[in-house]
Design a protein around this ligand. Structure first.
Ligand code: A3P
Length: 304
């Protein structure tokens, strides 16, 4: 996404809330669905690294961690551009004249780190053909749903979320953009046994960032010294990223992301769902989780 000075007003007029459009049974943002064949034809390169998440699972956080690792722990190098320019979001298509994430990726020299929210079965096949490394971050369904609700409120390209009760129904029914949270986390969980996928959990990252950053470094074949690790932990802590204009999305005009409605860096905790869920909603989600995840060894922590 490339915004030029003066484009904001023009483009805001083109941004409209619109319902997701189904692609192979999965509701996706209208722009993604309309550019589906382009996206499927995307040519991944063997040294591409792909960061994948269900929306609001901690994408920006893992992106900044990865960039810090790639830049030898130098925050100045990570400040070269906002995170969405450093790592194009390949399934994001905004109205012209803004460039799409796909175009940004194509224009980028290797090695590239790219971002996607696609469920595993919809990933452009070239990523598998090129055996690209993937880092996946999953977050417990309750916190993920709450974060996604607030993101709908502040982002005028998302569908109207309605109130929390209505949004939670849509989330549980898999009717939100990105489709079913359950299918997403399970699909990528299975994929890790067949492909080079590092599967991380938001809750683990909160619990012990040093340990999880070391996992990422090993996966990327990066040697990490103790001082660099400490710097990365400090630089990617929630409060640091909230204050950093290169990660907090404050460089996007408020007509696109209205941080007066809700901050992009909102709470950054495990367990904020307790402020939103009724007991009945919580029990219902637990039941759906038990049913949908029952057949797999994938488990989530709802609190630390
Ligand atoms: P909350 O809305 O619960 O606060 P994404 O980057 O996938 O859009 O996810 C955004 C969510 O990750 C938000 O969750 C945001 O606050 C949280 N987040 C971003 N950076 C974080 C960090 N460094 N530590 C913890 N949480 C972070």
């Amino acid at each position: 996404m490339d915004l030029k000075p003066g484009q904001e007003v023009l483009n805001f007029n083109l941004i409209k809330r619109s319902k997701p459009v189904e692609v192979e049974g999965v509701p996706l943002a209208r722009g993604t669905a309309e550019n589906w064949s382009l996206l499927q034809a995307f040519a991944a390169r063997p040294d591409d690294l792909l960061i994948c998440t269900y929306p609001k699972a901690g994408t920006t956080w893992i992106q900044e961690i990865v960039d810090m690792l790639q830049q030898g722990g130098d925050p100045q190098k990570c400040a070269r551009a906002p995170i969405y320019k450093r790592m194009p979001y390949i399934d994001l298509f905004l109205p012209k004249p803004m460039t799409s994430g796909l175009e940004d990726a194509e224009a980028m020299p290797s090695p590239r780190t790219l971002k996607t929210h696609l469920p595993v079965q919809l990933l452009p096949p070239s990523f598998w053909e090129q055996n690209c490394k993937v880092i996946y971050v999953a977050r417990n369904a309750k916190d993920n749903a709450v974060s996604y609700f607030h993101f709908h409120r502040m982002n005028p390209i998302m569908p109207e979320p309605g109130n929390w009760d209505q949004f939670l129904e849509d989330f549980l029914d898999g009717k939100v953009s990105g489709g079913s949270w359950f299918d997403h986390v399970c699909g990528w969980w299975d994929a890790k046994d067949r492909h080079p996928v590092l599967y991380l959990f938001y809750e683990d990252m909160k619990e012990d960032p040093d340990r999880e950053i070391q996992k990422v470094a090993r996966f990327l074949g990066i040697d990490l010294t103790e001082p660099v690790l400490k710097r990365i932990v400090q630089h990617t802590a929630f409060e640091s990223m909230k204050a950093n204009p290169m990660t907090n999305y404050s460089t996007i005009p408020s007509s696109f992301l209205d941080q007066n409605v809700s901050n992009f860096m909102r709470k950054g905790t495990v367990g904020d769902w307790k402020e939103h869920f009724t007991v009945a909603q919580s029990e219902r989600l637990d039941e759906v989780c038990a049913r949908e995840l029952g057949g797999s060894d994938l488990t989530f922590r709802m609190q630390l």
